[in-house]
Design a protein around this ligand. Structure first.
Ligand SMILES: *Cc1c(COP(=O)(O)O)cnc(C)c1O
Length: 471
């Protein structure tokens, strides 16, 4: 499989290069040159087995099947769904009224990002080992992605990871999920400043050509193709499980409602559909930061400021992965996308013609839910059936309740975070403070490891130089 850039002016690459490079040299995102056909997956298969089958066409030629299968197996063995939950790794729960919940949050850090990152961390290490290279990953976090990235990279021998968080400005659970990881290649830095300061420092380090080359700096951000690839799998396994449990044929269509930020998760659903999965509707669920919902309903994308909400992982200004869908919509015309993105960057707004809006609305629906409605959904679901939803998942469930849908088609809501990850919001809505699952129950007793540094590029650069371990 070869990969092409959405802006059409970067070299085609194989999977190994796409994995390590992330962004294409023309500023575009990599997509497979053609969508492979979906292999046969049935509801009795273990998640890891289905995952190898679904992803194999994307990686074939860059890794041995046996190695790939072992990596996938190892990645998903880190998941701890409750005893008796089915299917394994990503269990599916019947919410009633044709709605289902796919629980993507039983990984080490209780958010769906673990599904992609547990795999990507191991693939990075394997590819670096093969090349005899090492890298240094540097990133900034306001709380959530940092912990998933750290857990995915811990104990990998060919990389170090440095994650900057704003000192005193993350929740205690979030900080502890990062700082209690005891691995020599994991480096937590509390920066005396804001999240924006952290991001500015990371940007400055990447812009320092000499340092970038010296350390082989890398990122594990959400534009990496391998993350999208890993997310295609659960669309397939959830569809098979719901078909089986509701006595339908395995190829009867289902719909999905996806709490969306950077558009990575829902684009994976679109990929599954392109591979042949029978999908009726893909529903984009936004919180108050609804740039995507406005785009899918009006055809105009324009940037507003970001308002903090109860679902912070969806508090975005621009959705980077949307570019992959725009590329497909434009008949894979890279030059058109380069022009469109330049216009968007310059003017902060861009509109697509009516026929393209029709193309979008044939495939996608969209809705938004503000915090007040989100709390109401959490409260109602708990009182009605004892289900605790985190605020991100609740945005999806609330939008699924309100969007127009075919009553004969099951709608699968993607559960993107465990309720215990956002205990304050859950308690506010339901009166119940959700306990951490057993494997994290002693989180507050574990030893924390981090250094505190001033918000200075020099201080952080110096710290990285002195603490890299990978050889
Ligand atoms: C990252 C995240 C999202 C948004 O996912 P995208 O792939 O960026 O659309 C939603 N919910 C939670 C809990 C997340 O961590």
């Amino acid at each position: 499989m070869r990969y092409v850039s959405t802006r059409g002016a970067a070299p085609d690459l194989g999977f190994g290069d796409v994995l390590l490079e992330g962004l294409a040299t023309d500023g575009g995102l990599y997509v497979p040159e053609a969508w492979p056909a979906l292999p046969v997956v049935d509801h009795t298969q273990a998640y890891a087995t289905a995952a190898v089958e679904v992803m194999w066409p994307f990686v074939a030629g860059s890794i041995e099947l046996e190695d790939f299968a072992a990596i996938v197996e190892d990645a998903y063995a880190t998941f701890r769904p409750p005893a008796g939950a089915e299917p394994d790794v990503v269990p599916v729960v019947d919410l009633g009224d044709g709605l289902w919940l796919a629980e993507l949050y039983w990984g080490p850090t209780l958010a769906f990002k673990d599904i992609a990152l547990q795999l990507v961390g191991r693939l990075f290490d394997h590819e670096l080992e093969r090349r005899g290279e090492r890298i240094t990953i540097v990133g900034a976090t306001s709380g959530d992605t940092g912990s998933a990235a750290i857990d995915a990279c811990r104990d990998r021998s060919h990389l170090d990871i440095f994650i900057l968080h704003p000192a005193g400005r993350t929740s205690e659970v979030q900080r502890r999920q990062m700082t209690t990881v005891d691995a020599p290649n994991v480096h937590n830095v509390a920066v005396e400043g804001t999240f924006d300061d952290c991001q500015d420092i990371v940007k400055a380090l990447f812009a320092d050509e000499g340092f970038r080359r010296e350390q082989s700096l890398s990122a594990v951000n959400s534009i990496n193709w391998a993350r999208v690839m890993a997310q295609i799998v659960y669309y397939v396994t959830a569809a098979r499980a719901v078909a089986h449990r509701s006595g339908r044929r395995s190829d009867d269509p289902v719909s999905y409602c996806v709490p969306t930020g950077n558009f990575g998760n829902i684009f994976a659903g679109w990929g599954a559909m392109r591979m042949g999965l029978a999908v009726d509707q893909l529903v984009v669920a936004s919180n108050t930061n609804d740039i995507l919902t406005r785009f899918f309903t009006t055809g105009t994308m324009d940037v507003h400021g970001v308002t903090p909400t109860l679902s912070p992982s969806m508090d975005i200004q621009v959705s980077s992965n949307l570019e992959r869908l725009l590329f497909e919509m434009n008949g894979r015309d890279g030059a058109a996308i380069a022009e469109l993105m330049a216009r968007f960057r310059g003017e902060g707004t861009v509109s697509v013609p009516t026929e393209q809006l029709a193309w979008l609305s044939e495939r996608f629906d969209a809705g938004r839910l503000d915090d007040e409605a989100c709390l109401r959904v959490m409260g109602e679901r708990y009182r009605r059936s004892g289900v605790l939803l985190d605020p991100h998942t609740a945005v999806g469930v609330g939008v699924a309740e309100s969007v127009h849908r075919d009553p004969d088609v099951p709608m699968i809501c993607l559960g993107t975070a465990h309720p215990a990850k956002f205990p304050d919001a859950v308690e506010q809505a339901t009166g119940v403070r959700p306990p951490l699952p057993e494997h994290l129950a002693d989180l507050f007793e574990r030893t924390e490891r981090y250094v505190t540094l001033p918000a200075s590029v020099d201080a952080v650069r110096d710290h990285v130089r002195r603490h890299v371990t990978a050889a």
